[in-house]
Design a protein around this ligand. Structure first.
Ligand SMILES: [Zn+2]
Length: 415
């Protein structure tokens, strides 16, 4: 016997169907189902449509009744986070805002290396617990799928500890966690050798274990003057491609260059792009690589935003993610950040919502979510409102009142 539930009536359902993966979107392109219902069968959406029509068509369905005005959108997908870490970088943040330079902060014991030290000191259990806690906080803000990177271990054993913690956290956390290996975050201070030697060691020693233990199918690298150069990364990404890993790139954050590598290696996504110029924008727009804007990092560092408007107008696929991390993006509130990016970059509601739903799902190569459509996962974010525009209008301060993950009501503010 199938378990069928009909949720509704919703004042509006915004299913995000019929929206192109790439390019600008006008708000007129958003389909709006008025007085709608969503029929769920187990973990999947069976149908969306008019609530009364669905009630008649599926009389056996159990009704989950809604009182008052509610708007439903697909559960959000956050395609770029670093929420598995130990320690805090509050001191760095204060020093940076007091005008101290990157070097002064590093000399005072801050920077990524501080997080590496604190993460290495943390046990597998501690990392698992704190990752679950942070992931569940994202869920209350409507995020039902979260990508989580390693990259604060920077030895084979410590990267494995992080990726095992993310895997364990995924078993318990309410959102689904998609892990990524970011062992190529920076050259660890205590590695005795060059960038190329470090990357060679990681690809030879760590990659096979990732496959064996099924810890991740995604490899990411930070291409930047302070991390790895486009030349350094060639052999690393070639090896990752040969082994059928999907590739993602931290690209063009402070200087351009990473996006070109991303496109050359047919990366699933190129993330950051704050320093992308017209050449990089054209390259990304012509590629299948998803451009991921990380407004949380711009807000955290007080830097320019990703040129989201230009990317969309050039025809790129634009996703928006929180980059939640202890250093540059401690806020971890995707909806607030996406809303602010929309204000500064003049993005339509449709473009921002697509950036945190279907286009973000594409940035993780997930085809089973990001839209409210028959056959897809029943991941829903429900807001107390009579107008979907409220969701971005309140700049993240209007929180979901209900969140459904895989057909289960996992968060209910009414109770
Ligand atoms: Zn990042």
């Amino acid at each position: 016997m199938k378990n069928r539930t009909l949720i509704g009536p919703f004042k509006q359902i915004i299913p995000m169907t019929g929206i192109n993966l790439k390019g600008a979107i006008s708000d007129h392109e958003l389909e709006i189902i008025e007085d709608g219902g969503i029929l769920i069968e187990d973990n999947l959406i069976l149908a969306t449509g008019n609530f009364e029509d669905l009630k008649i068509a599926y009389p056996e369905a159990e009704i989950h009744p809604l009182k008052g005005n509610h708007v439903c959108v697909p559960g959000f997908v956050d395609a770029h986070t670093h929420i598995c870490f130990g320690g805090s970088r509050a001191k760095d943040y204060a020093m940076r805002n007091a005008g101290k330079s990157y070097l002064e902060i590093a000399h005072a014991g801050g920077g990524i290396w501080d997080t590496v030290t604190q993460t290495r000191k943390s046990s597998l259990e501690e990392l698992t617990k704190s990752t679950i806690k942070r992931a569940n906080r994202h869920l209350k803000n409507g995020t039902t799928t979260l990508e989580v990177k390693s990259g604060y271990g920077l030895t084979v054993a410590e990267e494995l500890k992080m990726l095992r913690a993310i895997k364990n956290a995924d078993n318990e956390a309410l959102p689904e966690l998609i892990s990524t290996c970011l062992a190529a975050h920076m050259l660890p201070k205590d590695f005795d050798g060059s960038e190329i030697e470090y990357l060679k060691m990681i690809s030879e020693e760590l990659f096979p274990i990732l496959k064996e233990e099924n810890l991740t199918h995604r490899i990411d690298a930070f291409i930047e003057q302070s991390a790895f150069s486009a030349d350094d990364i060639q052999a690393y990404f070639s090896k990752a491609s040969e082994m059928n890993f999907d590739i993602a790139v931290h690209a063009d954050q402070f200087s351009a260059g990473g996006s070109k590598v991303a496109v050359e290696f047919n990366a699933i996504s190129a993330d950051h792009l704050e320093a992308s110029g017209d050449t990089e924008i054209a390259l990304l727009a012509q590629s299948d690589t998803i451009s991921v804007a990380l407004p949380g990092a711009s807000i955290g560092l007080g830097c320019d935003f990703t040129p989201a408007r230009k990317l969309l107008d050039a025809g790129a696929a634009l996703a928006i993610a929180s980059d939640h991390n202890p250093g540059s993006a401690p806020m971890g509130d995707l909806l607030t950040q996406a809303s602010i990016l929309g204000t500064f970059q003049k993005l339509t509601n449709a473009e921002v919502l697509a950036g945190i739903t279907l286009r973000a799902a594409a940035a993780l190569k997930l085809e089973d979510r990001g839209k409210l459509e028959a056959g897809l996962l029943a991941d829903l974010a429900v807001f107390h409102s009579d107008n979907y525009q409220d969701i971005l209008y309140y700049q993240g301060n209007l929180k979901p009142c209900m969140v459904w993950k895989n057909g289960t009501l996992v968060f209910d503010r009414h109770k």
